[in-house]
Each structure stands twice: as C-alpha cells, then as structure tokens.
Ligand binder design. Sequence first.
Ligand code: GCU
Length: 682
Amino acid sequence: FAQKDYKLWLQYDQISNSQMAQEYNAEIKGIVSLGSSETSKIALKELELGLNNMLGNKIAVKSKFEGSNNVIVGAKSNLNSELLKTIQDDFNAINEEGFIIKFISLKNKKQIVITGKNDIAVLYGVYHFLRLLQTNKSIKNLSIADSPKTNIRILNHWDNLDRTVERGYAGFSLWNWQKLPDFIDQRYIDYARVNASIGINGTVLTNVNANALILTPQYLEKVEALANVFRLYGIKVYLTARFSAPIEIGGLKTADPKDIAVANWWKDKAKEIYKRIPDFGGFLVKANSEGQPGPQNYGRDHVDGANMLADAVAPFGGVIMWRAFVYSEHDANDRAKQAYAEFQPYDGKFKDNVIVQVKNGAIDFQPREPFHPLFGAMKKTPIMMEFQITQEYLGFSTHLVYLPKLFQEVLEADTYQAGKGSTVAKVVDGSLYKNKLSGIAGVANIGNDLNWTGHPFAQANWYGFGRLAWDPYLDAGVIADEWLRSTFSNNENFIKPVKKMMLQSRETVVDYMTPLGLHHIMDTGHHYGPGPWVSNLSRPEWNPTYYHKADKNGIGFDRSKTGTNATAQYASQVEKIFDNSETCPEQDLLWFHHVSWDYKLKNGQTLWNGMALKYQEGVNEVHEMQNTWNNAEKYVDEERFKEVQMLLGIQYKEAKWWRDACLLYFQQYSGKELPAGVEKPT
Ligand code: GCU
C-alpha cells in the first residue's frame, strides 16, 4: 500500500546514523506534557509517535519531571513558577505564534523545554524539535527561539463545490461536501496535521472563481465541521466571497457596495458565519477579473468593494484579502501594466483589515517573471504575496520542478521602493512599511491522490511554501535538504545529487519552456505544452503571439520606454536596469525588450543561437535528472522510485517536444539554421 507517499515529510523513519541515534537516546529519556487541551494532546501524541519511531523504543510519558532529560511540553500558562523562572526572558524573543526549545537546568537536572505563549505555538515547537531529529541535527544544549515572520500563512484551494479543482492536478478536492458535516474524513485531520507541521495557519477552502452557494446555511454547516477539525491545529478557515452573492442567494436586485441593503446583507452574512465559526478568518475576493462580478459592475471601485466587506467582518476580527489580479481586453496594449495602474492609486484608501493579494509577477505564474511592480509601491497598504504551488504553467504534476527556488528569487528581489534593500520579502512580512497585517498565500497543489500532490516531488513545493511563509528569508537549498531528509533518507550519497537536481530543476524548466524572458507561450486554455503559434483567440492578451511578438526582425515584448513603458512602474533604480537591454538581466531580456535575432548575448552568441542552445540545455538537463534519479534507486522505496522514474521519462519526452515545437516555430521568423549542438527536430 502507498504508505510512504501518503506520509509526506512526516515519515519518522528510525534514525540509522548510529552516532546521532546514540546522542538522541542519551538526551531524551522521557516526555512530560503539561497541558490538557485538545491541542496539547495532539502535540503529545505527535511527539510520542515521532520519538518512538525515530528512536526505536518507547519513550516514557511521565506525569512529573522525574529524573533528567525529559522533554517538557507546555504553554507558558502551564509552566510552574520554578520552570518559568528559568525561561522567562526567552519569551521576550518570540511573538504569539513563536516557540522556544531550550535545554535548562531544573533542580540540577537537565531538561528540555518546548514552550510558547499558547498551545498552537507549542505544537509548532514540537514539529520543529522532531524535524531536528528527522534531519539528524545535533540537539545538545539547544536554545532556539523562533517565530513566524508573517501573520497569514495560507493555502488557497481553487476547489469547486463539485470537487473539481481549477488548475489542480492531483485528483479531486479533499472536501467531500456530500458527506459533510457528519462524516469527518481522516484525511481532513491528516491535512491539518501536515499543515501545522510547517506552520500554515489558514486555508481558503474554495475557488477564487467563487460559487455563492458556499455562503448558504447548507454549506456553512459543512464549513463549520471542517473549521472544528482545523482549529485544533491552529488553522483558520476562510472562504471566497462571490461579489454577486447578495443577488444569487440573497434575493436582492443588486450587489452595489454602496447600497445599504447590500452592505447589510453582508453584515448579516458575516454574523451568521461567525456564530458558527467564531475564529473564521475572512474572505478572499476575486472581483472584476476575468469576468468575475465586482464593484465596477455598479460604477464603483475596488476600494468601495473591499471596504464594504471589510466593515462586515471587522467586528469579528476578520480580514479581506482583495486580489489585484486584474486585466481587461479593453486596455490590451500591455496586460502587465494593468494591476499596477488600477491599484496603486488606491494606496492608503483601504480599511485596516484589508490586505491586497498580489501574484508574484505581473502576468500569471510563469516559469519566470520579474517581480510584480506593486510590491513596495503601495506604502500605506499591506500587500500579501500570492504564489502558485500548483504547476499550472510548469508541467502540471508530471514535471519535476522545485518551486522554492522561484519563490526565493522573487522574495529576494530588491524593489528599491524605500531605498536599497527594500526586498519583496520585507514588503510581504510587513517590515518595510511596518504594516500590521502581512501574509503569503499559495495556490494549493493538493488533491485526493494517494500521495496528495500527484508528483512525489511536488510535495516539496507544498513543504517549501509553508517554510517560506513562516520565514521568507529561508534558503531554498536548506529547505530542500530538510525535505529530502524528512521524506526520503539522510544518506549523504542520496542527498547531495538529488538536492542538486532539485535546485537546478526550476532553471531547467525555464530553459526548455521559456528561456531568456519568453513567457505565456504555453498552449492556451489548459496551459500544458507549447503553443507559441496560437493567435486566434478573441481576447488579444490570451494569445501567445501577443507575448513573444516574433517577426522577421526579432523577438520579445518591448516594455521599455520605446515600447509600453511598463518599466516606469518600478522604482527608478530598477527601471533604469530593466529599461536598457544591456543592463537588463538576460533572464528577463525578452520580457522587457524586442531584440533582433542577431542581438549579441553576454556569452557572445547571437540571440537565435543562444536561445536554441538554451532549449537544448533544458533537454540535456532533464536527461541528467533521469541519471541522477536512476543512481538514487538504492536509497528509495520501490514505489516512489518507479513513480519518479516514469514521470521523469515523460518530462524528458516533453522537454524535447517543447524544444522542437518552439525552435521550428520561431525558425520561420529567424530564417536561420540551428547551431551546432542542438539536436535536429525529428
Ligand atoms: C489564471 C488561471 C485561472 C485563475 C486565474 C486567477 O488565469 O488560469 O484559472 O482563475 O489565474 O488567478 O484568478
């Protein structure tokens, strides 16, 4: 049975490194749990499960601190005064969700304390402690105080009520609306547990292209049942609000946000929801985007819409996550400019409990995009990140692409909006402009597949997202290391090559799909496979030809001053760099510039030759990934080994498909031969 796949990164395999096993067995003699809440029981159970499995023997659970080397677990309010005294100062170093793990001396006996200001924080500490063992780190004399850097660490499920998942490639939705509320699938509990292990504290259950029915009592009682499960793991439930819900389920004639009856309808709806779910997180809203209803249908604007909803949830502490993913065919000269143009002027106009959710790039979750110009540009409005964990444009769940590399690249980007060092990470964790609200959202890649995410390595993207939401300054390599050790093996002969493969995999997909700043040339509709030739869709900005603009003279989208001037939306330091093809990073060249086929790249190649060689490099790299994986066979269980092997086989075939399709298509414009080293399309 698919045991291994299902357990994700919580495998808790027995420690095989004898030196570490010896250390852990010497340092950990017992567990003392001080709390009595449901969450404390969960923390204790997890600790027992993890320690017993990893240490290979049953650790005594004691009611008092008898002897030394007990792991003492409990929230601050459960610590006795003697214990509290030893650790009091450490509490100054953590926030409400932060934890402390510390070796202390109590009555001359060594003990290990895992604590925090509440039970959920303690649970985070327990998972962190277990992770140290899972990854074979020394625990001697530990002293850790760690807190999440963002408030809202949230998954966005694009799940429909019929259980289809928009852009979901791992089966159907986990939420079985038909059996809820009475049937609580074990999977809901496992989902909450796994998310808590990486510090995720929110989940939007429903698609951004929302169905108003979720807000009817029939569905709300099901949502309540899920919230009751998730609460114990520190996860708040949020829903998407369809802007036209007052008409569709409320019987009103309008959804105009300035209409009193509409505002009252939402106020009553909020009251109804909070009565069932007192810690309901709030609403995520896609309005006036891709045909979704919104305030503009009534001549109002985003501020009117968001603030009306904000008023409805404010009395209960709720939040409105208002998405800035907007573009329209009526202003099609450059889609990349529209969100900034529409939102930036509203800076400072949103209510305190509104946070604007912005995709990492200005188009749509491409293999590579320069950071979205809205980051840092709204100085009085909290902005949260929207990453896509599901691989809509990156080969669905058949291609191995380790996304934390992409996430890190965006988070590290310097917006210069408040001077040098104004990184995107500082915008989304709220530190740049001292925002009260901050957050990172990830469009979930989870479904009811046995292994949750379709591709075993797509589990790493869920994991990595959670870790970066907790700490946007973490390194993707460190995260890959943790994930591999917790999920597969601590053997260095496995870790080293496979980690290298993961870290390279994002650049590989860029190479064989969209090198040098190309974007949105996937086949249309489903976005799988190449389709640079498509030009017959009714909306101009849905056609791949709109994005690459290949012609006899060259290729690329001129967003510089000579073109659409999208570069002017960035801070002047960044604008200057992007605006000039010589200073523009080559990886973004065709995003910002239309250059000739003979344009000289930094390596001396012409653009045409360099591009062709990139496509070939991508193919070669997938071949290398196959070799790396084949060599890893002895470290991996047969089932996961074979799955990944088959998937890499598909990826190799499709990397060649991408290369051949794109080069043959672009060749009709370049009119040039393929350079040496590039395989001829068959
Ligand atoms: C993309 C995606 C849609 C989704 C939209 C959004 O366009 O293809 O399926 O609804 O993003 O983020 O709202």
